[in-house]
Design a protein around this ligand. Structure first.
Ligand code: ADP
Ligand code: MG
Ligand code: ZN
Length: 474
């Protein structure tokens, strides 16, 4: 039937200290219009100067996606009027972008790999923000001139799942490289989705629709699916040529639909021309050498985790999907615990206790504490069940692991003498059950274990209880 064709444009806000062409700070949470200067306000006569840190971050991304770094790139003006852009043009790289011909491998459902080509990545300046407040609209230019890296794929994705895999991978790489915080809600990782369909087997590209500014992976997936449905229904109803045109559409998460926002501009509408106020951007040999030193990336880390810690592929993928999680895990491992336990306590127990604003980076239980807690299970100081209680306590108060174990009286009794006495007691008070058990009712073993555990208020080491009861009842 139909084949889905998707190409993605991602705008990543780079986390440089200062803006792209001036020395204003990039933090725009300050009072409105305070982080501005003649350059980013586009006052006549003010001249832009390129921030080298931006070039550095672009080269890092280029290295990560195996792209060509253009040693000389240029800036161009893209003309359009919008109230949040005081210059009435955006400085971007249209003719010669800094990064070209890279790719990212994504994993498909059947765990085969697919390469998504990244045509180019270019540097450009962000606009300010229009703030609509009842009947009035205001303009805040704190964000104007903030550096963006726009990363554009070839139309290589064939399903919403592939698009999401690509985006998650790219997102994770940005975080690993620490070139941007990539927060989708706050707009520092903005995705434009281009979608078209075509009859299976057809090589040519059909009309694409661009869906803009969708701020979560879930919504992106939904928007693609809705758009594919709209296009294929139009085709089946014989109204494809009337209904589907090249345009920019908005995703409405409440109505669960995409709808037309404006006709899509053609490149000619923007009157691109070389930016006359800026020099060419040059990446020297020395800069290239310096900037292309990048940290271990998700794929490499995942392979190392499988290899070094004997983890399975799935767990290694889950843990390395976020750099914070991967670092947390490795710090836990310093306690000399098993990777399997570390994984469970991190991805299940801790994760389920992180709520609201509490996340892995500001969790009251840090990697060292969680690692030690797991160690206390492994060295049989406490049971797994008791450890959950300790973790609950540690999430509420800043206390140390061993202190809480003591305070809550959760230390396991491993002293066999004490456990033996409890076993004898249970056996003595239940002669009928003992008889039934010896007569072949094996299921009753659980009853004895349960009674001893109860008598010890859960503190007896279950393994010791099992062993002792086995001998005593045989
Ligand atoms: P613009 O900057 O005007 O949006 P580009 O030529 O840079 O346009 O392309 C934007 C994106 O659209 C790219 O990711 C490209 O792969 C994708 N694309 C182009 N044609 C199609 C198509 N027919 N179907 C789906 N995606 C497409
Ligand atoms: Mg576009
Ligand atoms: Zn400025």
């Amino acid at each position: 039937m139909f084949e889905v064709v998707i190409g993605l444009e991602v705008h990543v806000q780079l986390n440089t200290k200062t803006k792209l062409f001036c020395s204003c700070p990039t933090s725009f949470n300050h009072k409105q219009n305070t982080n501005t200067c003649p350059t980013c306000l586009a006052l006549p006569g003010a001249l832009p100067v390129l921030n080298k840190e931006v070039l550095q971050k672009a080269v890092m991304l280029g290295t990560a996606i195996g792209a060509t770094v253009n040693r000389t790139s240029y800036f161009d003006r893209k003309s359009y009027f919008y109230p949040d852009s005081p210059s009435a043009y955006q400085i971007t790289q249209f003719y010669t972008p800094v990064i070209q011909n890279g790719s990212l491998d994504i994993e498909l459902e059947d765990s085969s790999k697919k390469t998504i080509r990244i045509g180019f990545a270019h540097i450009e300046a962000d606009a300010g923000k229009n703030i609509h407040d009842g009947d009035i609209s205001k303009v805040d230019l704190n964000r104007a001139g903030t550096p963006l890296l726009e990363i554009v794929t070839q139309p290589d994705m064939r399903s919403s799942d592939e698009a999401i895999s690509y985006l998650k991978k790219l997102h994770s790489i940005i975080r690993y490289l620490d070139i941007g915080d990539a927060n989708m809600q706050e707009g520092s990782f903005r995705v434009d989705v281009n979608v078209s369909i075509r009859p299976k087997g057809d090589e040519k590209l059909y009309t694409r629709v661009e869906i803009k500014n969708i701020n979560s992976f879930k919504f992106i997936q939904k928007a693609i699916e809705l758009e594919v449905t709209r296009q294929s229904e139009a085709w089946e109803d014989g109204i494809y040529n009337d209904e589907i045109c090249q345009e920019t559409r908005l995703f409405d998460q409440i109505k669960q639909e995409t709808r037309s926002m404006r006709g899509k501009e053609e490149a000619a509408d923007y009157r691109y021309f070389p930016e006359p106020d800026l020099l060419k951007a040059v990446v020297t040999d020395k800069m290239l050498e310096l900037y292309s030193k990048i940290p271990e990336l998700p794929d490499a880390k995942r392979a190392r985790f499988v290899n070094d810690y004997g983890m399975n592929e799935y767990n290694a993928a889950v843990i390395t999907s976020s750099i914070e999680m991967a670092n947390f895990f490795e710090e836990m491992m310093q306690e000399g615990i098993s990777a399997k336990n570390a994984t469970t306590w991190l991805t299940v127990e801790l994760q389920s206790r992180l709520k609201g604003d509490i996340n892995i980076t500001n969790s009251p239980v840090d990697a060292q504490k969680l690692g030690l807690l797991v160690k206390r299970i492994e060295d049989q100081t406490i049971s797994g069940r008791a450890a959950k209680e300790v973790l609950d306590k540690l999430m509420q108060e800043n206390l140390d692991v061993d202190g809480v174990i003591d305070a809550l009286g959760l230390k396991q009794v491993t002293d066999t003498g004490a456990i033996e006495a409890m076993c004898d007691d249970i056996i003595a008070t239940n002669p009928d059950k003992v008889e039934q058990y010896k007569g072949g009712k094996d299921k009753l073993f659980g009853f004895f274990v349960g009674q001893v555990m109860k008598a010890s208020k859960g503190s007896a080491n279950p393994q010791a209880v099992n062993e002792l009861l086995k001998t005593k009842l045989s």
